[in-house]
Write a new protein. Sequence first.
Length: 203
Amino acid sequence: MDKFTTLTGVAAPLRMINVDTDMIIPKQYLKTIKRTGLGRHLFDELRFGPDGTEIGDFVLNQSAYRNAKILIGGANFGCGSSREHAPWAILDFGIRCVIAPSFADIFHNNCFKNGILPIALPTDQVETLLQDAEKGANATLTVDLAEQVIVRPDGARLSFEIDPFRKHCLLNGLDDIELTLTHAGAIQSFEDGQRDRQPWLWA
């Protein structure tokens, strides 16, 4: 998993509440277990018409936001089913931070496991950032995980909270497997001892 330290980029404003995981990545794209290639289907039914043509007024189809690295949404973001393909699609599109007033629990957890930083802020602060984002490509935001601040285009800073363990994992690029491997020495020592004490388990 790539480390998350400081992210500077365009923020796409998505003024929608209750964005569910089927909106993020529709069910017909869940057949793959690969984490790549899903970005082109992110918000598929909002981005494209039945004939595959772009819906011009959807935010990610607008020229200012095609390369957005941050997404700002409404309350209860990521509700619905627990599909891990949702953060996979967001990450594959190029977005590494989602800011909203609140998140569905499973989606929130899946973001951390895939290198995405979900930030929950009070509604009035999210509104401020939405207004910043609506200024277009020149109004970039900076998310500093180490300092736990979001720097607005005018230099103003908004602080955010994050669980220290989650922060440690993102800063060091540790998913569940990589976190386990940091204890490889202790695991090997235990297995060596168990082979001596209980050899029948290793027969």
